[in-house]
Design a protein around this ligand. Sequence first.
Ligand SMILES: *Cc1c(COP(=O)(O)O)cnc(C)c1O
Length: 377
Amino acid sequence: MKKIQFVDLQAQRAFLGAKIDDAIARVLEHGRFIMGPEVKNLENQLRIFTGMERAVSCSSGTDAISLPLMALNIGPKDAVFVPSFTFAATAEVVALRGATPVFVDILPDTFNMDAAHLSLAIKGIKSAGKLTPKAIIAVDLFGQMADYPALRKVADEHGLILIADAAQGFGASLNGKQAGHWADVVTTSFFPAKPLGCYGDGGAVLTNDNELANIMESLRVHGKGTDKYDNVRIGLNARIDTLQAAILIEKLSIFSKEIEKRNQVAARYTRELGDIVSAPCVMDGAISTWAQYTLKVNKRSHIQASLKEAGIPSAVYYPKPLHQQTAYKDYPQAGNGLPVSDRLAGEVLSLPMHPYLDEQTQQFIIAGIKKAVADNC
Ligand SMILES: *Cc1c(COP(=O)(O)O)cnc(C)c1O
């Protein structure tokens, strides 16, 4: 049997045939490697895909969160509320701006930010009187949208900007609407292993706020005014490469189909494993992009070792929540700590997940999980 891949990018490349190679060849031919025509073309396609007014492509999912924070002048003495159970970039960009990330707990069933705990966090920061609450960065962890209707309510109550870090959940929906229906700004990453990835680093910011988008377009090219030799603000070099844009245009053209296939794979896992382990829970009306298919298990290290022995790759996202990390442990936490994040960090286990996982391979993985669980309980 072929080696089982956790994410199979070669299968996707084979499915796309010569399209990606042709797209790369076209860029090599025209030679406009920086801000070539594919960059605008990709941004137009992203606007169509999301239904949002403006798409600003950029160099990574991390810079995609930095750009709106910079454009909104968020900095020292400002508080930005983030989940602790996420990839470090979500909090890192806040700290890099000199602002304070405030860690909020998650809901045990969806792994996403707990709106009630967020409320508590905002009130706590307000009553301490040292920091000004400015923004919330919610994360669509593992591909499922955060509970934006609830988070939007909290944001409005306190006059805060709501940013959706959709690096994992770009294209996800709730009742047919994507994150931008609720969030002021949506960011995503095109890191290769994300649901919509390129062959290197890349990212994008989406918004309906034209003024904000104009500032972000300036920031990504050294704070340019009329051109990059006219510098009207302190910016970054945060452009996406033309080559990556060309690759993404091809991948975006099949992305909706891929999300459907990911949902078929997830449904099969849940049907087969739902009775023996704690399978992921999707909110009513929600469609996940299944960046990860993540179980909650006891005796994780034993189960993971059994799977490894059977040739089945698995991964732990995330072994340590940010508020426990050396770099972040001194930043404030809401309430009396983050018990759900602490507990889930010890239980989560992600299985191979990609649109090209064939049924036979998946049945082999499922059998491996069943055996690993039976052997370890
Ligand atoms: C991957 C990821 C990022 C960062 O994206 P990069 O493109 O690697 O910079 C940010 N937030 C979340 C939730 C992510 O999963």
